[in-house]
Write a protein that binds this ligand. Structure first.
Ligand code: TRP
Length: 337
């Protein structure tokens, strides 16, 4: 990997907890590839985070490998970025322990996502779920990342990361870079549920027609778009308040074809919703096909993927170790010197 002092470091991660939707792709993964020339990018498969809710072991292993393959199929170049699996780098857990000693239970129990997940998984409210943001802070701070691309749902966690970095720096002296959020230029592309366009598209939607995953085949994609909720009028116009369903479809069409919203409105002028939905479905399916083919090819060569993961973990561990050694020295751990 090329190391250049001039490039800012950027860190992000995705949990291997099931299917990846086209919303995750447009909102996060696709941008990861676009950022790799401008920044020194470090991307992780966040399996340590995933086990804060119950996972089936074999499935988690499979999801980890599949997410790694998907990252690469979406254009993340392991020669340009550091690409690794979080649990392969022990420093994430080690720094979490130290940061735990400056994190307060009050601030962690106030996190919106902790409250939401506690309500949703009432039978499994565990310490890891509460500590999730401290682990996330460790991910970011270990690499001295200046930038973190995060969606709206992770903003509060990034704020906590900043607080912990500042708190540690104040107590022990300058150690961590205080990171900023990175908002992609085309951040208007928030993909909503096809079944209920007032909600964000989510793989945990009970209605499987609400979301399209990166593994859905052409027929499935088209069927889901055909069923997409629109409205009773029949004009194809971008108006998120008045026409959330149609606007969401226009957003998706724009994201997958690169055509502007205005161009798309023009293209579908005078056409019915049926034709429109079919065209959006086809555009998405056509864009997914090469990614799916590449992902399948990668998954057929596990040795190659294992090699990428191993090299990624080695690079990540080297970078992380530098920060962790500094932290251990600052807090007073004896190292024989
Ligand atoms: N919590 C993030 C999510 O679910 C994933 C994640 C883990 C992450 N560690 C991170 C994102 C560090 C940004 C930076 O979306």
């Amino acid at each position: 990997m090329e190391e250049s002092a001039a490039k800012k470091k950027l860190f992000s991660a995705v949990q291997p907890s099931g299917s990846v939707t086209i919303g995750n792709y447009i909102g996060a993964i696709r941008n990861f590839a676009k950022l790799q020339d401008e920044y020194e990018c470090i991307y992780a498969v966040a399996d340590l985070h995933a086990i804060t809710v119950r996972q089936e072991a074999a499935q988690l292993r499979r999801n980890t490998l599949e997410l790694m393959a998907l990252f690469i199929a979406c254009g993340i170049n392991p020669e340009k970025c550091v690409l690794f699996v979080q649990s392969h780098v022990p420093a994430h857990c080690e720094l979490t322990w130290v940061l735990n000693t400056i994190a307060y239970p009050g601030e962690l129990s106030r996190m919106t996502q902790f409250k939401d997940k506690s309500a949703k998984h009432a039978e499994n409210v565990n310490m890891g779920l509460m500590d999730y943001p401290v682990l996330m802070a460790s991910d970011i701070l270990l690499y001295q990342a200046a930038l973190v691309p995060v969606g709206a749902d992770q903003k509060q966690h990034l704020e906590l990361t900043r607080d912990l970095a500042i708190r540690f720096n104040n107590r022990y002296g300058a150690t961590f870079t205080v990171p900023d959020g990175y908002i992609p230029k085309d951040s208007g592309a928030r993909v909503m549920s096809l079944a209920d366009p007032s909600k964000k598209m989510s793989k945990s939607d009970e209605n499987p027609n609400g979301f399209v995953t990166m593994s859905d085949d052409k027929d499935t994609v088209i069927r889901k778009f055909k069923r997409a909720v629109t409205d009773s009028d029949s004009v194809i116009r971008y108006a998120p308040e008045e026409k959330p369903g149609v606007s969401n479809l226009l957003t998706i069409y724009h994201a997958f074809t690169g055509k502007s919203i205005a161009e798309a409105e023009k293209e579908f002028e005078g056409k019915g919703y049926g034709d429109f939905k079919l065209a959006v479905g086809e555009a998405v399916a056509d864009a997914l096909a090469p990614i799916q083919a590449e992902r399948a090819k990668l998954l057929a060569d596990k040795a190659y993927l294992n090699g990428i993961m191993q090299r990624g973990a080695e690079s990540a561990a080297r970078m992380a170790r530098r920060t962790l050694s500094k932290v251990y020295r600052k807090v007073g751990f004896y190292s024989g010197e």
